[in-house]
Design a protein around this ligand. Sequence first.
Ligand SMILES: C[S@@+](CC[C@H](N)C(=O)[O-])C[C@H]1O[C@@H](n2cnc3c(N)ncnc32)[C@H](O)[C@@H]1O
Ligand SMILES: [Zn+2]
Length: 295
Amino acid sequence: MSEPRRLCDYENSSYRTDFWEGQGREYEDRAERLALRRLLPPAGRRLVDVGAGFGRLSDFYEGYEQVVLLDYSTSLLRQAQERLGRDPRLAYVAANFYAMPFAAGTFDAAMMVRVMHHVEDVPAFLGQMGHILAGGGSFVVEFASKRHLKSILRWALGRQRWSPFDPEPYEFVEMNFDFHPAWMRARLAEAAFHVKQCRTVSHFRLPLLKRLVPAGALAALDGLLQPTGAWWQLTPSVFCRAVLDGPPAPATEELVFRCPACGSSPLRQAAEAMACDKCGRRWPIEDGIYNFKVE
Ligand SMILES: C[S@@+](CC[C@H](N)C(=O)[O-])C[C@H]1O[C@@H](n2cnc3c(N)ncnc32)[C@H](O)[C@@H]1O
Ligand SMILES: [Zn+2]
């Protein structure tokens, strides 16, 4: 079920301190929160944060009865667990997003920020999202756009060889992809996701401007411009809310897992593990973190 695909492994990375804390990205952080606030349904039964990392965006979990933080990096999930605690409402799940360990229609909402740029096989990934979301469920997804103003200017001045208008994804650093907004919309449509809203984010990602204008003011200005994403997208970051076609699934009381190795569900709760009676695999629960990482 899970062919080997290239992954971006954040295990033991210092993502939190290297990228966010004291790294001059308060403006981006605030602008992203403004977009999420407008796009993510504020409440619901069950939410998954795909590539949740250290739980930076945990404020958005509040209105949900149950939340799954899914990430390939056990060490980042451990940081999230330290920050957010062992609340029974939160499930920490280490897994590969190409082999989602959940039964069909498990979630009524999903969010994914700063993760799509690590997805090399977008159709395969969206197939997994279509499986784990219930019909009518919202998928709020951010992606890095290749067709932003700076890149258009660089290309027009001959300082960039690749065209921002070419629809194909561009790998600017190994396992980091920028996408054309129309290409992404087409892939979402093929996977039965209907884009309902779009907001453009980070209009002012320019070092000089960020130095001169306080982050809060710049983010507020960004918030005012974000709705123009409905008409054109010329920023390095685009947020969309896409809704999955299909009948809604009744929400189960408990989180129902499926085996990422053989696809069988449900799994049986065993001592410190989830057991698959079909293929015999045991998926360990290590100090409050479900480990479904397929080697
Ligand atoms: C740039 S971080 C973003 C974290 C968080 N969403 C945020 O905005 O702070 C990218 C995250 O995607 C996760 N990731 C990358 N590839 C993955 C995969 N194949 N399956 C699950 N998570 C993955 C990484 O472990 C990392 O935590
Ligand atoms: Zn199995």
